[in-house]
Design a protein around this ligand. Structure first.
Ligand code: NDP
Ligand code: A1CAB
Length: 276
């Protein structure tokens, strides 16, 4: 494989667009990226936005590249793989799946078997170069191919290898789904502030800046999150009241429950879809 491999995305939705946008902002050339999906109008929009090549023909798309990223919903993965299997057998690209749940063996079976495959669990902040991805390679993937895939996901954030495929369930429940958890908190904080009379625009600006600032501090500081939290809590002050309210309301248990629900769903999807 060349130093900068050509990359085809099958599926052009939220996650593919986020990765492509991030890659282009971080040095990848539009000329090296192909995308396929059923809706030509949507594809033309992406072509205009990103300058990449587009086609409604999945087989043609798969033929163009050293790396083929499967970026469709898990429920349509079987039919997509069966459609491109002959092409994959001939051109032998590195296959990358970003689908939640589906195991490398299941997808390999749909592609006809013997395929080098990396499973990645990325997240949508890839669009702004702040993605967090977990990666697992099957035994057919070479070191060079691992480096090529890691370079793609490092270019849009951070790429983190896991040694056991099962660990991707944990990645999915944390960072794959995670952006939605923080957007939910953002929504709730904005709502609370506007209920107290703050202008919506100001509430959004302050809430986003606070979330970004807290994340940046946690990333840069040697202190534990618990200590960073205590540093905001003046004895007898306002934060103490809010944090106690969260703790007494069962926030930790709720977070554990939500995380487990996502984890379990990832496991269920693997079982449900393997038979299809
Ligand atoms: N969204 C996220 O935050 C994350 C998603 N993922 C995984 O990424 C994958 C895609 O998710 P997401 O981007 O959110 O989903 P979307 O629904 O946004 O995107 C799916 C894309 O696949 C296209 N598509 C549907 N059928 C076909 C087909 N037969 N051939 C080619 N393309 C097809 C859709 O086109 P159309 O819309 O016209 O039907 C759409 O462009 C999923 O497997 C998901 O598990 C992983 C991590 C995070
Ligand atoms: O909700 C989902 O199933 C996908 C996987 C992680 C984020 N979105």
């Amino acid at each position: 494989m060349s130093k900068s491999p050509t990359i085809s995305f099958i599926g052009a939705g939220n996650m593919a667009s986020a990765i492509i946008g991030g890659m282009l902002d971080n040095g990848y050339k539009a000329g090296a990226i192909w995308v396929s999906a059923p809706d030509d109008e949507h594809l033309q929009g992406l072509r205009k936005r990103f300058g990449i090549s587009v086609t409604t023909d999945n087989r043609y798309c798969a033929q163009q590249s050293d790396v083929v990223v499967l970026a469709v919903k898990p429920q349509v993965m079987a039919s997509v793989c069966e459609d491109i299997a002959a092409v994959v057998r001939n051109t032998r690209p590195l296959m990358v799946s970003i689908a939640a749940g589906l195991t490398a063996d299941t997808i390999d079976g749909w592609l006809g078997g013997g395929v080098p495959m990396v499973r990645v669990m990325p997240n949508t902040p890839s669009l702004v170069g702040k993605g967090a991805a977990g990666l697992f390679a099957n035994s057919r993937v070479s070191e060079q191919q691992k480096n090529d895939v890691a370079a793609i996901f490092d270019s849009v954030g951070s790429a983190n290898w896991v040694q056991q495929e099962e660990q991707l369930h944990a990645v999915t429940a944390l960072s794959g789904s995670g952006p939605a958890y923080f957007f939910l908190i953002l929504e709730a904080l904005e709502e609370a502030a506007t209920n107290a009379g703050m202008a919506a625009e100001t509430a959004r600006e302050l809430a986003i800046q606070t979330m970004a600032g807290a994340a940046e501090m946690a990333a840069r500081s040697d202190l534990e999150p618990a200590q960073l939290k205590r540093n905001v809590m003046s004895p007898g002050g306002t934060t103490e009241q809010a944090v106690n309210t969260f703790e007494q309301g069962g926030l930790r248990e709720l977070v554990q429950k939500a995380y487990s629900a996502a984890y379990t769903r990832s496991q269920e999807m693997a079982k449900e879809l393997a038979g299809k």
